[in-house]
Design a protein around this ligand. Structure first.
Ligand SMILES: [Zn+2]
Length: 200
């Protein structure tokens, strides 16, 4: 199978994302460029159970939307346009992890950014987590809003939707998605008992 390594890594992190409760049911999605400079990327399929997902179900496509490989009865994640826009606009990004993790998403619902409240946010996330303006799921407008909020950053939250983490490899993108949820959780909890101290 072509691009086996990339497909296997997407399958493994998809299962991890589900087990770590960063997504529910079939929500969220992961994509990886097939090589460092390519406009071709591999992406999780739409609406398939993560725990039974296999490498042959991973869709290969171009940022233009052209399908390179699609399994029988399969289709790419409905949010592929957002992934394509990020790959087009950020040549440094090789992998994208999109979750609907609950604590970070609670701030996306409030449309409030997550400030720097933990020391690990500085080395791992590069600072605070901004909110991308609202756009319907699956729209190319969502891609534009996400790219705009990200700028050169490593992650953002999407208004009333979820979390996006980007990196030079899938492992780091996954770690960032996890740290965004961790920051969201601790910020949420600290606000329930007092006034959090924000780091500069
Ligand atoms: Zn989503």
């Amino acid at each position: 199978m072509k691009y086996q390594k990339v497909r296997d890594s997407i399958v493994n992190y998809s299962k991890q994302m589900y087990q770590d409760k960063l997504v529910s049911a079939t929500s969220g999605n992961i994509s990886v460029r097939v090589n460092n400079t390519s406009d071709i990327f591999a992406i999780t399929p739409s609406s398939e159970n993560y725990m039974t997902l296999t490498a042959d179900r991973i869709v290969i496509m171009k940022t233009s939307g052209e399908i390179v490989y699609c399994p029988e009865n399969g289709r790419p994640s409905s949010e592929w346009k957002m992934h394509a826009k990020i790959f087009e606009r950020r040549s440094d990004v090789q992998a994208i992890v999109h979750t609907h993790s609950p604590y970070a998403t609670s701030f996306a619902v409030l449309r409030e950014y997550i400030p720097v409240i933990l020391i690990e946010m500085i080395p791992w996330l590069g600072g605070s987590i901004p909110v991308a303006e609202y756009a319907p799921a699956g729209s190319s407008e969502l891609g534009d809003k996400t790219v705009e909020a990200l700028g050169k950053r490593n992650g953002c939250i999407l208004a009333n939707h979820g979390v996006v983490a980007v990196a030079s490899d899938i492992n780091l993108a996954y770690v960032r998605a996890s740290y965004i949820e961790d920051a969201g959780k601790i910020y949420h909890l600290s606000r329930t008992v007092g006034t959090p101290i924000i780091l500069n």
